[in-house]
Design a protein around this ligand. Structure first.
Ligand SMILES: [Zn+2]
Length: 266
């Protein structure tokens, strides 16, 4: 289960195992910011109509709330998330620009990797041996594109990470309690992953439900990540709209919560 810390109503959900390894990270809740409805209040999405100055203020509030040094989040790296399968490799500080992508890896210090979500699942990666990090955005499309495994593979290829050393944590997402889907999704997942895809779906109250967390976890384990190194008991965004933005529950009119991971060097 993720742990929670709270300062000035800024709530950070975090993984005890990542924390124990000394890597700064968090899955932020929607509370404690300045954005107005429907973005209230700790919104980090600048593609909607929430003014950029609100997002800048939210960033400052977050920096203070997490006791980070001033400007620690100024290099926050986010992507134009397009629900696809490409992974950005940030090797040099000059690589910091806006990409259409859904995952990113780096060994750069002081470059927070950010994922924005409202029901999709943020996935954070840490390789404590090679001091490398990654972050991925996994909705159903990204999951179908195997985005978590692609992120892991990029860390293996680029940084020499070994799957058995990699720690991962899943953030809040729309759980199977609320995520009803059509049969077509089951067919797509079966075509991509074979019969193991049956494990990602349940049928309850005559509705087919997809568990994005279970799917990503299963794919990572099949690719060598130890089950005990996957922190995957995150709350459901749609059940807890006082705490999290939920695209489905709020009919698309909502903000995006930030999840991030960073290597800090003073
Ligand atoms: Zn739910």
């Amino acid at each position: 289960m993720l742990k929670i810390s709270s300062t000035n109503n800024i709530k950070r959900f975090f993984s005890a195992s990542l924390e124990k390894n000394g890597v700064m990270h968090g899955f932020l809740a929607r509370t404690g910011g300045v954005s107005l409805p429907p973005f209230s209040s700790l919104n980090f999405d600048c593609k909607g109509t929430d003014p950029p100055e609100n997002i800048a203020r939210n960033t400052r509030l977050l920096t203070a709330g997490l006791s980070l040094r001033s400007g620690a989040l100024s290099n926050l790296f986010t992507m134009n998330q397009v629900h696809a399968g490409s992974v950005i490799e940030l090797i040099d500080i000059s690589d910091l620009k806006k990409y259409d992508a859904d995952a990113v890896i780096t060994k750069l210090d002081n470059v927070p990797l950010g994922i924005l979500t409202a029901d999709c699942m943020p996935v954070l990666f840490y390789d404590p041996v090679n001091k490398a990090i990654g972050a991925a955005h996994a909705g159903w499309k990204g999951t179908l594109e195997d985005i978590s495994v692609k992120t892991l593979n990029a860390m293996q290829r680029r940084f020499g990470s070994k799957a058995e050393n990699v720690l991962t944590a899943f953030g809040p997402y729309i759980g199977p309690c609320c995520y009803t889907v059509g049969k077509d999704l089951h067919e797509k997942f079966t075509a991509a992953f074979g019969n193991t895809a049956n494990d990602y779906f349940t049928n309850k109250d005559n509705c087919l439900r997809l568990d994005i967390g279970k799917a990503n976890s299963s794919r990572l384990v099949l690719n060598g990540v130890r089950p005990e190194n996957i922190e995957r008991d995150a709350p459901c965004t749609s059940c807890e709209t006082n705490t999290f933005f939920s695209y489905r529950q709020e009919n698309g009119a909502t903000g995006r919560q930030l999840s991030f991971i960073m290597l800090i060097k003073d």
